[in-house]
Design a protein around this ligand. Sequence first.
Ligand code: M6R
Length: 369
Amino acid sequence: EKGGYDYFMLKEIAEQPKAVADTLLGRIDPSGSLTLDEVRISPSELREIDKVVIVACGTAFHAGLIAKYAIEHWTRIPCEVELASEFRYRDPILDGHSLVIAISQSGETMDTLMALRHAREQGSKVLAICNTNGSTIPRESDAVLYTHAGPEVAVASTKAFLTQLVACYLVALYLGQVRGTKWGDEIQAVIKDLSRISEEVERVLETMEPVRALARTLASKNTVLFLGRHVGYPVALEGALKLKELAYMHAEGFAAGELKHGPIALIEEDVPVVVVVPSPRGRSVLHDKIVSNIQEIRARGARTIVIAEEGDEAVVPYADHLIRIPATPTLLQPLVATVPLQVFACELATARGNEVDQPRNLAKSVTVE
Ligand code: M6R
């Protein structure tokens, strides 16, 4: 069943290129535009939307945080992302012009289900992004966009996350396409990049041995910190969540710009800090800022583990360990940048003798509030 792998998690990490490709299959037509007929919310209704609200938990919430950058950039519709467990308790402002997107691998997460019920009571349309056919969340939603990751068995979510990202990009691009934005050309280019991304994920997987070796050297550490900016920030949160649930280590993700507002006090001699570096092309200001963050933490003794695009030479002098990922457009980078963090957490769990597929205290689907 594990297809020759020691753990389902390893198998599921390896299945990511296929999961990504399958989730795109049939959704991009030969002319390069998107066909999301499954989204049974009509283009005219989609044109009326004035706000998007994403609700989800855990890893799916991190996918939602990344989706916000894509949706707001390509559609100019304001987008909020909220933990499903917090959502209905704060009396959120919703109406018939709000589109609520509920993201869930299992489709059975009680907090997410209660959030979407609340949204529908307020008259909002709910679109589910879900990996499990016929589960409760899509059944109770107005429409569903299925992720085609196949069954995910390991408690720690990996391939479902990558496919949730793909589904979120598709929704963002589709909304942009339906409503027409000034980013028309960029949208076309990104659709092309998306159709190649599964090969890039494959390339990342082929270069993971040094990441495993590095993880093994850190097995006795107590803390690992993760830093990112822009879409790299949710990637940092996801890297930290994986490490908590699998390695039972203290792990925290920060927005790199927040360092000087507190977290930098945590930096001491030899503490491992993983930094997700945005592409030096495109929004280069982000890149320059993070390079100075790396300098700052290294000057304070941190052991820097830098995830940076191939060809990014600016980070080399400050990286104790350098993990290369292929060049992608900024917004798509999480699809390649998350993979080393999954491998890192899985290997650390193994090195610490933990049960990889069934971490202590956790269930695959959380059907209580
Ligand atoms: O099935 P869901 O996507 O709704 O589950 C949400 C979270 O419980 C889930 O992502 C959890 O955080 C994972 N164990 C993370 O690896």
